[in-house]
Design a binder for this molecule. Sequence first.
Ligand code: PLP
Length: 392
Amino acid sequence: MTLGLEQTRALEERYLMRTYKRGAVDFVRGEGALLWDADGNEYLDFLTGISVCSIGHCHPAVVAAVQEQSARLMHVSNLFYTEPMARLAQRLSESSLGGRVFFANSGTEANECAIKIARKHAHGRGIAAPEIVSFEGEFHGRTYGSLSATPGLARNEALGPMLPGFRSVPRNDAAALREAVGERTAAVLIEPIQGEAGVLPTSEEALLAAREACDESGALLILDEIQTGIGRTGSLWAYQQSPIRPDVITSAKALGGGVPIGACITAPVAADVLEPGDHGSTFAGGPVATAAALAVLEVVDDPALLRRVRELGALLREGLEALDGVRETRGRGLMVGVGLEDGIDAAALGAELLQSGLVVNVPVPGTLWLLPPLVVDSAQVEQAVGLIGKAL
Ligand SMILES: *Cc1c(COP(=O)(O)O)cnc(C)c1O
């Protein structure tokens, strides 16, 4: 017998720390783009666990990989070799920057690895107090390194002190970025599209300025592709649709298809910075998570699927832009932010949509954040547009 929403909520209120604000639903099952709650109501999921279940809930290939691997060998630690980890590292490197990979268990940890690489690389260049430069509005995670690189959250003095050596400049301000990058700079760490900020694309001009400033100063360019990667924007990595090539990318979220895993992937220039003793993790790169990720890449790393992501993204945005109450849409592929007209309460709209069977997120006032599964079909896209139109 399942508890149901009210009893689950009562347990939560007594025993869980109050760190999350949850929607009033208790999900018990998922398949493809659909979710079901404890009362048997069906929902169309245009959030997919914040772009984690990107190839749909309980994708059969991921379920099979997890079942098979977990019945054979779940964990032996990083003291020994395991094949799925090595094969996944090869696949990630060959599909992107061609260097080496470090596995982690989450996005914030993937960024911690990138921050360590940046600092050690800088020390190797004789920089005593290395600095990492980001844009305002970015989100890089909740552990102290990533948190210190997240300007909005790093201002929370109750959690201070933050790590030293981080600074930010206004979003997309190429001149300010060029100005901020200098002889102390270890890295520029930015998102190709700011996700949590409400799907705000980083301009080509800003990306080019970041690349040039890094080339001139010797700093590393790190792209946080934790949300934009794994096909979300219609290419395996978002940078592949931009004019630049980074030195390091970080991945997590959709990489495991629902199983926690993160990865820090380097170009050859940063591949050998970390040496024995510099970093590690007990769980990371374990056989179950890496087998799941290999199954995910088998599905996503497919030109036909990626083309479909771009087409469906265009269909979704076209439909949304025709609705009364929608001011603009932003993003790329199936990562879509919807800017609402003034006076529309986005939080109330999100709650209303949940009631009517559509799961979305409301990251900031005035914006809906849509991350449908990459395997969504055009009828489901039209259904979502219809539900949003009705709720508006
Ligand atoms: C979600 C996210 C993170 C943090 O990932 P966690 O797995 O929650 O630690 C970091 N950067 C970006 C861009 C994200 O979207």
